[in-house]
Design a protein around this ligand. Structure first.
Ligand SMILES: *Cc1c(COP(=O)(O)O)cnc(C)c1O
Length: 427
């Protein structure tokens, strides 16, 4: 049901009372007098996530090395254990997912696996506005194979520094392109790329295609099975609330299980022969075979509880709430903040926007700090973007209303003008 929004705190309370996901909030650690709007960057801790972590710690205390064997070798096989919970969230089969390392390491893993350049086909297609670690990894992979990134990394230019046009990506899919690697949701403007259109175009041209789902996972409904891309990577600490530096994940389409991993290690060995400790690598022929070393148990344990909540809530419901609460925020921005020079920097169409609202203002940096002084946690991205993320599982509509009122207050009192322009290390 599409609700017509109204101004006023009573209306925000009405929305909270009608929110079918509202009850999840009590399972999170919500600080008093703090409105957390940064779940796109690092999701909040929950009691469920904490329980998983404490359990792993207890098992280590009680069992020592036997931790690997208890509960049907759960911790030894921890990646596949967690993959079971991730599979419904990305619409793949569980043996197509490995939970491991960081997103950046996993990009190295998939690219070193899939990038087999020939004289005729040696380019990797990327864009110029993705989060830069992806590019650093791609450039270094190309260099490792003896190519110059200025030649072998083909960069699709954004329209205006903000958005990428899918047709520009497709036009750039020339016969010399071996792999297309792009983000599903852009970290600055929350633009959602049409994965289906781009994947189909790449496949039609015999180009391998991989997706970075970092800003998409836990917010979009993703169906990797239907998409049939070749590989994907993502982190689990943003919308999925797995904790700071939580282990990331990769997806390998099962049709590629016979490939050897670019970066091999003993955890990619077949489970049954791993502890025979032979010198020859006996590749586990599923995504688990792309693991490198031992599972980072304490970076994985919070995920158990965190992911369980996503499965309980269901991705369709999460997407629905996210679209609705961000639309409410945009309604309030248009109605109440326009006169202070704020504009909305993301696309308005539901199909083209992810989980955050991109609030633009020339004084964005200092306003974002003024918000922090007032107990609101946003983040800031150059040159003028305040990212505000009301999440589906722990943000209330009343909090959204409050943030907009605090912004009005900051602008009316010019309180941001007292803040130094000197930058902090993590913004
Ligand atoms: C968050 C994010 C990452 C994070 O990389 P780590 O190696 O896990 O620190 C990488 N790529 C994109 C596009 C991201 O949004």
């Amino acid at each position: 049901m599409e609700v017509k929004f109204q101004d006023g705190v009573d209306f925000s309370k009405l929305l909270d009372n009608n929110d079918p996901l509202g009850h999840f909030r009590q399972r999170f650690y919500i600080r008093k007098h703090v409105v957390y709007m940064c779940g796109n960057s690092l999701g909040l801790a929950s009691k469920d996530a904490e329980a998983g972590l404490l359990r792993a710690l207890d098992k280590w205390k009680e069992e020592g090395v036997a931790i690997w064997n208890i509960d049907d070798s759960k911790y030894y096989l921890y990646s596949s254990h967690l993959a079971r919970l991730l599979a419904p969230i990305v619409g793949s089969e569980e043996d197509e997912i490995a939970v491991m390392d960081t997103t950046t390491t996993n990009i190295h893993q998939v690219i070193s696996t899939f990038y087999k350049p020939t004289d005729a086909k040696y380019k990797i297609l990327v864009d110029d506005i993705n989060f830069p670690t992806d590019r650093y990894a791609i450039d270094s992979q190309v260099r490792l194979k003896g190519y110059d990134p200025r030649d072998a990394v083909k960069v699709v230019k954004s329209i205006d520094g903000k958005f990428i046009n899918e047709d520009d990506v497709i036009d750039a899919m020339t016969p010399d392109v071996a792999i297309v690697f792009l983000p599903t949701v852009y970290y600055r403007t929350a633009q959602v790329l049409d994965m289906e259109k781009v994947t189909k175009a790449a496949k039609d041209r015999g180009i391998l295609v991989g997706w970075d789902l970092c800003h998409a996972i836990g917010i979009l409904e993703i169906d990797l099975k239907a998409l049939d891309c070749d590989f994907a990577v993502w982190c689990n600490y943003k919308y999925l609330n797995g904790g700071p530096g939580s282990a990331a994940a990769l997806y390998i389409n099962r049709k590629h299980f016979n490939l050897l991993p670019g970066l091999a290690g003993w955890y990619g060995n077949r489970v049954e022969t791993q502890f025979l400790l032979r010198q020859e690598f006996d590749h586990q022929k599923d995504a688990g075979g792309w693991q490198i070393g031992s599972p980072n148990v304490f970076s994985m344990a919070p995920l158990k509880g965190a992911l369980k909540m996503f499965n309980e809530a269901g991705m369709a419901n999460i997407r629905k709430k996210s679209l609705h609460i961000t639309k409410y925020l945009m309604y309030l921005v248009e109605k109440k903040l326009k006169k202070y020079g704020f504009t909305i920097g993301n696309y308005r169409e539901d199909s083209k926007r992810g989980g955050h609202v991109c609030l633009e203002h020339n004084e964005g940096y200092r306003i974002s700090l003024a918000l922090k002084d007032r107990g609101v946690v946003p983040d800031f991205r150059d040159p003028n973007i305040i990212r505000l993320t009301p999440t589906a599982l722990y943000t209330s509509y009343t909090e959204v209303y409050e943030v907009v009122n605090i912004l009005i207050d900051i602008m009316e009192n010019h309180s941001y003008l007292n803040i130094s322009l000197k930058r902090k290390l993590v913004v």
